[in-house]
Design a protein around this ligand. Structure first.
Ligand SMILES: NC(=O)C1=CN([C@@H]2O[C@H](COP(=O)(O)OP(=O)(O)OC[C@H]3O[C@@H](n4cnc5c(N)ncnc54)[C@H](OP(=O)(O)O)[C@@H]3O)[C@@H](O)[C@H]2O)C=CC1
Ligand SMILES: O=C(O)C(=O)[C@@H](O)[C@H](O)C(=O)CO
Length: 276
């Protein structure tokens, strides 16, 4: 199963679902990511701070899928904010990934107290101009932070990757993204397999379509036109997660799942969370 793709505002494309890789490292991680690509994943989400960029690079070397058909996303860590630091950090990521170019480069967290994300954004613009990065975006940015980037540089991030799942549907931020043609990416789309998959409403929607609870939740992301990046170390679950394009939810089903909303779960408030 190959997911359809969305056009990004800069002309690049992004698959409608990707493979999260946090925790997929070492040999098991290489095997899982290699197998994920063979199963049909074309978007792979990693980060400097996941410590697995080499594993992702090895999986890419092992696959016979054309490099230009893959979208490899990685992220700048907080410890490397600043113009020169960003350029140097990117080069480390690129070498670890063993790639000529990175498809999507994101600022992982804004760290507003540090006050350097704008400098990093300017560095990312220059990396894109040099052709080392195809598309640039951010992660965990608020509407105010996005506005600051846009007003200061005139360059709009193509994506904002944020915590998004039925417990935290992010209506306001998604509306802001829509206004500015920023594609939403959903991290922890299955809410890290908490009780979400046991919620009665999720089970009802899943049963109505003859799919699993995880598929119902991932299809909910697709209906929101957000790009979920579920992580699974298990081949059967990875295939299940990708297989969400043969059915559609009604507006009522989408609304019923969104009604599970209760707010941010892991305390990763972009205004205060610091991750270096
Ligand atoms: N930008 C950011 O700040 C952040 C980005 N991320 C990114 O988002 C990705 C996904 O988020 P993550 O936190 O991993 O959480 P997810 O919501 O993807 O949940 C992963 C958990 O769900 C389980 N799981 C996966 N598929 C199924 C299924 N079909 N049925 C039942 N259980 C399932 C996995 O177990 P198993 O492996 O055993 O299948 C794992 O325990 C990360 O890997 C990372 O790439 C995450 C957090 C923050
Ligand atoms: O996984 C990521 O991208 C993160 O930003 C981390 O916050 C991660 O969620 C984590 O739990 C690190 O301890």
């Amino acid at each position: 199963m190959i997911a359809p793709a969305y056009a990004l505002r800069d002309g690049n494309t992004i698959p409608a679902i990707g493979l999260g890789t946090y925790g997929l490292d070492d040999q098991a991680g290489i095997d899982a990511i290699t197998s994920g690509i063979a199963e049909g994943y074309r978007l792979i989400d990693t980060a400097f701070n996941y410590g697995n960029e080499e594993a992702v690079g090895e999986a890419i070397r092992r696959t016979d899928v054309d490099r230009s058909d893959l979208v490899i996303a990685t992220k700048l860590p907080g410890k490397h904010h600043g113009f020169d630091e960003t350029i140097a950090s990117f080069e480390q990521s690129r070498l670890r990934l063993d790639l000529d170019w990175v498809d999507l480069y994101l600022i992982h967290w804004p760290l507003p107290r540090l006050g350097k994300y704008l400098e990093s954004w300017r560095a990312m613009i220059s990396l894109r101009e040099k052709g080392l990065v195809r598309a640039i975006g951010v992660s965990n940015f608020t509407a105010e932070m996005l506005t600051r980037l846009i007003d200061s540089t005139g360059i709009v991030p193509v994506v904002n990757q944020v915590e998004l799942h039925p417990y935290f549907p992010q209506e306001e931020l998604r509306a802001f993204h829509d206004e500015h043609d920023i594609r939403t990416m959903s991290w922890s789309p299955l809410a890290k397999r908490t009780e979400l998959l046991q919620e009665p409403v999720v089970a009802e929607v899943a049963a109505a379509h003859g799919v699993t609870p995880a598929q119902a939740v991932l299809r909910w992301h697709v209906e929101l036109e957000a790009v979920p990046i579920p992580k699974s170390s298990d081949a059967a679950r990875r295939r299940e997660n990708l297989d969400v394009f043969g059915f559609a939810l009604t507006t009522e089903e989408v609304d019923a799942i969104s009604a599970l909303s209760r707010g941010r779960i892991w305390g990763g408030d972009p205004d205060t969370h610091e991750e270096f």
